[in-house]
Design a protein around this ligand. Sequence first.
Ligand code: SF4
Length: 281
Amino acid sequence: MKLLSRETIAQEVCKAICEISLNCDEDVKELIKQTLSEEKSPIVRDALKSFVENHELSPTSKVPLCQDTGTTVLFAELGNAVQISDATLFEAIQDGVIAAQKRLPMRASMYKDPLFNRENSTNNSPPILHIEHTLGDSLILHIAQKGGGAENKSFMKMFTPSTTPEDIIEYVVDGVVSSGSQPCPPLVIGIGIGGNFEQAPLLAKRALLCKLALPHPLPQYALMEAKILEGINKRGCGIQGLGGSLTAMAVHINTAPCHIASLPVAVNIDCHAHRHCTLRF
Ligand code: SF4
């Protein structure tokens, strides 16, 4: 049995949130630099240069990459031989979220009630936690800081079983392109196919946490990812809607079994401030 204290989890979560708020995915940084080295359009080059500068300034100045420091979203893999001594996992994680908000100049981005009493919680709580139970004595936390602008442009549809891969490709490409510059391209596109009405969006969100541009292990899905990426980038929205060939940086598909009458498809979009990491206890 592994015993973890509330404080240990909170401290590590706080450190992780601070780290990813100042440093987006390293693969994104590399891709932006590479795109800058090849880009001809002066206005797109200006935007790319400001991204590179931002990536350099944020960790040195300790100012988060974006004014929207995001909602903390976690996927936990909780082993059956892990015991948290003095709190629930959610309470320990929430302590870390609140501590991070005190450590960095993070915008308080969460309302207590979504509709009638949009009073700010003032400390970025609560996080959104999904728990999967596993065997063993490890706790793994996949953490993301998810911006509201990209989240708002996410979408889903309950397709019927006669739907073809080409139908889904067209649906995703059209949906992403129609959001224009609002989700802050270049984007990462997570797609959930299968499950049911609540599982498909979770699959899509989880897909965002894959290593950037790592293809799906099954060739049929890998081909769909490549076609969707090409389809989005051909349509020319580009970085921050300024044109060029980089609207999306990566497309990741995640699947699950589904009912014989259904074919749910959900698309979760992440922006160029692609902030995530994994903690292992
Ligand atoms: S969508 Fe991303 S880059 Fe745009 S404001 Fe939100 S967090 Fe920042």
